[in-house]
Ligand binder design. Structure first.
Ligand SMILES: NC(=O)c1ccc[n+]([C@@H]2O[C@H](COP(=O)([O-])OP(=O)(O)OC[C@H]3O[C@@H](n4cnc5c(N)ncnc54)[C@H](OP(=O)(O)O)[C@@H]3O)[C@@H](O)[C@H]2O)c1
Length: 435
C-alpha cells in the first residue's frame, strides 16, 4: 500500500490538533487505513511557534506550491473564512485532488458549487468537522440514515451560545457577565457576533438541511435570532413553567414539501433530552420516520475533538483513493440530480406555542387589554403569571404561555400591544419548541 500524502492550509488550533493526532495515533490509523498519512506541506499566514507536533521545515506561507504539487493527494483546509479558502479549494479540486475541510462558513456560502466541482472530477470533499466538531453527525445523516426519511433535526450546535445560556441558568448571571466569563475561559471569541447572533449555527443548519433533505438554500432563507436578547428574568420565568432556554437550530420537513428552518433561543421542556445538554457541549437530535429518535452529543469544538473528525475524513478519503473509489458516496447524501432548491416556510406561517413577557403599568384593566389584543389576533392564553411590587410605581411583569398560534398573528398582536399606553417596555417573545 502507498502512503496518503496531504497538504494542509492553516495550522492554528485545529491544524495543530491534526498534527498531534496524526503523530500520537499513527500506528492505529495505519492499521485502519492500510497506509501511512504523510504530511508533505503546511501553509500558514505568519511565522510563529506551532508547538511540538509541527516540524517548522514543513511550514511555508504561499499556498501556490502546495496546490500545484502533483504528489499531494488530499488538501486539508483548516484556515477558515470564505476567501481565499474558496479559491484554494477550487484550484485543488480542478487539479483532481480531494479535499477535507472544517470550514462551515465556506460550505454555507459556496458548498454546493465546490461539491459539484468535486463530483465532476471524481474527487471527494469531506467536511465532518464543519458541524458539531467531534460529534459525527455528518456521517450519520449521510450514511447511517441513507435508508430513512428524516422528519426533523433539532440541534444545539453553537457551544458558545450554549455555554452562555447554561451559565445564566445555573448561576443567574446576566448575558454580559456570562459572555465575559465565556471569553475568559476561551469559549467565546473577542468578537462573539457570529456565535451569539446565531450566524454560525445558521451556517451549520444549512449543511444539516443539505444532508437531511438534499436542500439547496441561501443563508438568508434561515430565520436567525441570536441569544443576546435572552435575559436572566426570562430564564427564571421559564423555569417556573418547567422549561429551560436553549440555543436551537431546527430543520423540519413539512407536509407540503417545504422546510421549516430556523435558529433561535427556545423554551425546551426540562424533560426533553436537549434540556440537559449543558456548557459548551453540542447535541443533534434527529428524528427519522422509521428509525425514530436518535441523539448525538459531545464536544462541538476544541483542537482534539475537531482533529478527530478531520483525520477520520482523511482516512475515509484515503481509503477511497487506495481502492480507486473516489466520489463513491455523494457528499450531500443525495446524488446531484436529487438535490433541489429548497422551498422554505415563511416565519409568519410558523405555528407554535409562545412565551410572552410584558412589562406593564400596574393599573386595573391591564390584563383585559392584553388579552383583548391577543384574542383579536387569534392568540389564546394557556397559562399566566403576574409579578411586581404593587406599592411602587415600577412596571409589573405579566408572563403568558400561549396555545399554538401562527407567528404572524402573534407579531400583529404584539405590535398592537406596543402602542397601548399601559406598556412600559417592548414585549419579549420566545418560541416554545414542542417535545
Ligand atoms: N477551533 C475549533 O474548535 C473548530 C471547530 C470546528 C471547526 N472549526 C473550523 O476550523 C477552521 C480553523 O479553525 P481554527 O480554530 O483552527 O482557526 P485558527 O486557530 O484561527 O487557525 C487558522 C489558521 O489558518 C491560517 N491562515 C489564516 N488565513 C490564512 C491565509 N490567508 N493564508 C494562509 N494561512 C492562513 C492561520 O495562520 P497563522 O497561524 O499564521 O495566523 C492559522 O494557522 C475554521 O474554518 C473553523 O470554523 C474550528
Amino acid at each position: 500500500m502507498r502512503n496518503i500524502r496531504i497538504g494542509m492550509i492553516g495550522c492554528g488550533v485545529v491544524g495543530q490538533g491534526i498534527m498531534r493526532l496524526l503523530k500520537e495515533n499513527a500506528a492505529s490509523i495505519e492499521g485502519r487505513l492500510g497506509g501511512k498519512i504523510e504530511v508533505k506541506r503546511i501553509v500558514a499566514r505568519s511565522k510563529r511557534d506551532r508547538g511540538p507536533f509541527v516540524p517548522p521545515d514543513l511550514v511555508s506561507y504561499d499556498a501556490g506550491p502546495l496546490l500545484s504539487d502533483p504528489d499531494i493527494d488530499i488538501v486539508v483546509e483548516v484556515m477558515g473564512g470564505v476567501q481565499p479558502a474558496y479559491e484554494h479549494l477550487k484550484r485543488a479540486l480542478e487539479a483532481g485532488k480531494s479535499v477535507v475541510t472544517a470550514n462551515k462558513a465556506l460550505l454555507a456560502a459556496r458548498g454546493h458549487e465546490l461539491i459539484e466541482l468535486s463530483e465532476s472530477r471524481g474527487a471527494d470533499l469531506y467536511f465532518e468537522a464543519a458541524v458539531a466538531g467531534g460529534v459525527p453527525v455528518i456521517r450519520v445523516l449521510r450514511e447511517a440514515f441513507a435508508s430513512d426519511r428524516i422528519t426533523a433535526v433539532r440541534g444545539i450546535i453553537n457551544g458558545t451560545s450554549n455555554y452562555i445560556l447554561s451559565r445564566m441558568t445555573e448561576s443567574g448571571l446576566d448575558f454580559a457577565s456570562a459572555l465575559k466569563e465565556a471569553q475568559e475561559k476561551g469559549y467565546a471569541e473577542a468578537d462573539p457576533t457570529l456565535d451569539v447572533g446565531g450566524g454560525d449555527a445558521a451556517h451549520k443548519l444549512s449543511i444539516l438541511a443539505m444532508l437531511a433533505y438534499g436542500a439547496k438554500l441561501e443563508l438568508a432563507q434561515i430565520s436567525t435570532d441570536g441569544i443576546d436578547q435572552v435575559s436572566a428574568t426570562d430564564i427564571a420565568f421559564a423555569r417556573r413553567f418547567g422549561y429551560v432556554i436553549k440555543p436551537l437550530a431546527v430543520a423540519r420537513a413539512l407536509a407540503d414539501g417545504s422546510l421549516d428552518l430556523r435558529v433561535h433561543p427556545a423554551l425546551v421542556s426540562q424533560k426533553n433530552v436537549l434540556a440537559s445538554v449543558n456548557g459548551a457541549l453540542n447535541a443533534v437530535y434527529i428524528e427519522g420516520a422509521a428509525v425514530g429518535p436518535c441523539l448525538l452529543s459531545g464536544l462541538g469544538a476544541g483542537a482534539m475533538p475537531t482533529a478527530v473528525s478531520v483525520v477520520s475524513d482523511i482516512v475515509d478519503v484515503g481509503r477511497n483513493l487506495l481502492s480507486e473509489a473516489g466520489g463513491r458516496v455523494p457528499q450531500r447524501a443525495f446524488r446531484a440530480d436529487s438535490v433541489k432548491v429548497a422551498k422554505v416556510q415563511p416565519m409568519s406561517e410558523h405555528s407554535c406555542r409562545f412565551y410572552l413577557r410584558f412589562a406593564v403599568l400596574d393599573r386595573s384593566g391591564v390584563l383585559g387589554k392584553l388579552a383583548s389584543s391577543l384574542g383579536k389576533h387569534n392568540v389564546s392564553i394557556e397559562q399566566m403569571v403576574q409579578e411586581g411590587h404593587h406599592q411602587t410605581q415600577e412596571p409589573v411583569s405579566v408572563v403568558m404561555l400561549t396555545h399554538p398560534a401562527r407567528e404572524g398573528d402573534v407579531r400583529a398582536a404584539l405590535s398592537e400591544i406596543a402602542s397601548l399606553d399601559i406598556v412600559a417596555e417592548p414585549a419579549r417573545a420566545l418560541r416554545i419548541e414542542p417535545t
